[in-house]
Design a protein around this ligand. Structure first.
Ligand SMILES: [Zn+2]
Length: 67
């Protein structure tokens, strides 16, 4: 069983709020495990709203692909 989970290893993550791809963890970056640097800086209420809208957009895109 080989699970790649080295602590502190740079990962390519996708922001839950804006869908942007970012590296994590980066020294001196405010990015978190779930949000890119920009979104991590937003007030929580705004970020939650953006995240909700992003989810809806992704759902709509999925539905559109189905036809
Ligand atoms: Zn973001």
């Amino acid at each position: 069983m080989s699970k790649k989970e080295a602590n502190g290893e740079l990962q390519s993550r996708q922001c839950r709020a804006c869908d942007r791809k970012y590296d994590y963890p980066v020294v001196r970056s405010r990015a978190t495990r779930f949000y890119c640097e920009t979104c991590a800086d937003l007030p929580e209420a705004i970020r939650t709203t953006i995240e909700r809208m992003n989810k809806r957009i992704r759902e709509l895109e999925r539905q559109q692909k189905k036809g």
